[in-house]
Design a protein around this ligand. Structure first.
Ligand SMILES: Nc1ncnc2c1ncn2[C@@H]1O[C@H](COP(=O)(O)OP(=O)(O)OP(=O)(O)O)[C@@H](O)[C@H]1O
Length: 300
């Protein structure tokens, strides 16, 4: 198994064929204080699908249920109705043991790598751990770890250092490398750049695009930032209060949305200085757009 080998053949950047992941009418409900035995329904029956090698953006305001959907796909949220199918297998209520196996194919990168990287492990051990757990030999794991460092553009002296010795952007690179260790087919990226400054955001997003190019991994890209979702995604779904209200090609959804909520999301001006915000957005979009153009040229 080579961490950098494409998992399937690609065509024009996105592999053709059936869905890799299908979420169908999924409901998630939690017990909450004050409701007695009644549960609060967070997802009201959401559906989306992801093709191999595709990035599906999931956008919506805080509390709309984006992370809950990501967690349901990872088997971390209780699904009360509906189904989640991965590579033709119903994984909705997969056993713990099956989940461990599925982790080879479905990985996650979260907003805060501090919470997902063990402070007690060096980067070398962090990256080798999932490989060793699978029975990969020490020397093969060591070779793979070096490949992974190369992919995420971290120096080899990173291996003996600890997460606290890295910047936020570097730690997110480590988290991406660890997610890639087992050559997954899908990575749930939950706000992977929200905690980073804009320059670092652009670098990490570019890295994700390059990684997808090399490995054909599919990404569920969760963000509240429509401009980031637009440049990262092939298709976009918009969540509003536990429902997906609109799904379509990224360019269509983000330039001429049909649902009133998406239209409001587009118009939302998040900061007091709109001039500065517009300049920043423009700079970020330019970086991302050139990156995507390059990607398209490579596949032309
Ligand atoms: N374990 C839980 N128990 C009870 N309620 C929960 C739980 N997890 C999430 N919720 C509730 O579900 C709703 C959706 O949360 P979720 O984190 O999925 O939203 P989100 O769209 O990802 O928001 P953000 O962008 O702020 O992360 C929120 O009201 C949250 O309080």
């Amino acid at each position: 198994m080579n961490a950098l080998e494409p998992t399937t053949a690609t065509h024009g950047g996105v592999t053709t064929g059936g869905a890799l992941l299908a979420v169908d009418g999924v409901k998630v409900a939690y017990k909450v204080k004050g409701l007695g035995r009644k549960k609060a329904e967070i997802l009201h029956g959401v559906s989306l699908d992801l093709r191999p090698g595709e990035t599906h953006g999931l956008v919506g305001e805080s509390g709309s249920g984006k992370s809950t959907l990501g967690r349901a796909i990872l088997g971390l949220a209780p699904v009360s109705e509906g189904s989640i199918t991965f590579q033709g297998e119903d994984t909705t209520h997969a056993s713990k043991r099956r989940r461990r196996d599925l982790a080879q194919d479905i990985q996650a990168v979260f907003q805060d790598p501090y919470s997902s990287l063990s402070p007690a492990l060096t980067i070398g051990d962090t990256l080798a751990e999932p490989l060793r757990a699978l029975g990969v030999s020490r020397s093969e794991a060591s070779q793979r770890v070096n490949e992974l460092l190369d992919v995420v553009q971290l120096p080899s002296d990173a291996l003996s250092r600890y997460p606290r010795e890295f910047s936020g952007g570097q730690r997110q690179r480590v988290a991406i490398a660890r997610a890639l260790a087992l050559s997954p087919k899908l990575i749930v990226c939950d706000e992977p750049v929200s905690a980073l400054d804009l320059t670092t955001q652009a670098r990490v997003l570019e890295l994700l695009l390059q990684v997808q190019e090399r490995t054909n991994v599919a990404l569920l890209f969760i963000s509240h930032d429509l401009s980031v979702v637009r440049v990262m995604s092939h298709r976009v779904s918009v969540m509003y209060r536990g429902d997906i209200v609109e799904t379509g090609e990224a360019a269509q959804v983000t330039s001429s949305p049909t649902h009133p909520y998406t239209q409001r999301l587009l118009l939302a001006a998040p900061v007091a200085d709109p001039q500065r915000q517009a300049e920043r957005r423009h700079a970020r979009a330019a970086t991302m757009t050139s990156c995507l153009d390059e990607k398209r040229r490579t596949h032309a």
